[in-house]
Design a protein around this ligand. Structure first.
Ligand SMILES: [Zn+2]
Length: 272
């Protein structure tokens, strides 16, 4: 927002002049009642433009999209961790299978020796039989480990499937949010474009010193001009006292009046 203070009657010197001329008046800025009335249209358009700008900034789709992005990042991280876990478990599973196979082979070899009647000494026979028993126990333990790894792998796979499905749904949801957001932006942009065009057309017809004053006040107070309606400033809702109202009524129509309370330009709507 450009501050046209310098152009406006020389800045600080202008301020002093203004105060010297009395709080209710701008002193040196004069404008026809028609031009002053146009300020109200300008103020309405500026309010509309601020409202649209605010709406653009607080658009719920922005927050929704942001949340979806965040969830997507979480899903990516978790899926990457699961993938790493999956390859660890797959390796563990292969090792468990190898271990079981090894033990099973030894048991088969021992059994073959027994069956072939190769062992004759009772002591050796007893040793072999006890080795088979211990190997069978070992096989049971290893099979349990293998089973556990398989169960964990299944759980990882289940979780990966579920997260992948969520990721796919989230991508659709994000597209849908983006579509809504873009439509809202387009609509706001269109309205703002119209309001800007109307504003430019009105501003082009206003005297430069009046427009500068208005813009400066708008930069300071958000709204540069308000109507004087039923003895009240519509900007700050202050009711003027009868003395001030009398002075305003007595002032020439081209005098630019300011509200004592909010300092906005006070536009007399009708000379009633
Ligand atoms: Zn006021």
């Amino acid at each position: 927002m450009a501050a046209p203070a310098a152009r406006w009657a020389g800045g600080p010197a202008g301020e002093r002049q203004e105060h010297a001329a009395g709080a209710l008046s701008c002193g040196f800025v004069k404008a026809s009642p028609q031009a002053q009335l146009k300020l109200l249209e300008l103020a309405e358009l500026d309010t509309e433009l601020s409202r649209l700008d605010h709406r653009r900034r607080i658009l719920p789709e922005n927050a929704e999209f942001e949340a979806a992005q965040q969830r997507d990042a979480e899903l990516r991280d978790e899926l990457a961790a699961l993938e790493a876990r999956d390859s660890d478990l797959t390796r563990d599973q292969a090792k468990a299978e190898r271990d079981v196979d090894q033990v099973r082979t030894r048991i088969e070899r021992d059994r073959a020796r027994l069956d072939a009647g190769q062992v004759s000494s009772p002591r050796e026979l007893e040793n072999l039989q006890s080795e088979i028993v211990s190997l069978e126990r070992r096989q049971g333990d290893l099979e349990e480990v293998e089973l556990e790894v398989m169960e964990q792998l299944e759980e990882v796979t289940r979780r990966r499937t579920s997260l992948s499905a969520e990721q796919t749904a989230l991508a659709d949801q994000r597209d849908e949010i983006a579509t809504r957001r873009d439509a809202a932006f387009a609509e706001i942009g269109e309205q703002a474009g119209k309001a800007s065009d109307s504003r430019a057309a009105i501003a082009a017809d206003l005297p430069a010193d009046l427009l500068d004053l208005y813009d400066r006040l708008r930069a300071q107070h958000g709204v540069g001009a308000a109507a004087l309606r039923h003895g009240r400033c519509e900007g700050c809702h202050l009711s003027l006292n009868t003395v001030d109202l009398g002075r305003i009524r007595a002032a020439p129509p081209d005098e630019v009046i300011r509200c004592e309370e909010c300092r906005r330009i006070l536009v007399r709507e009708q000379t009633a």
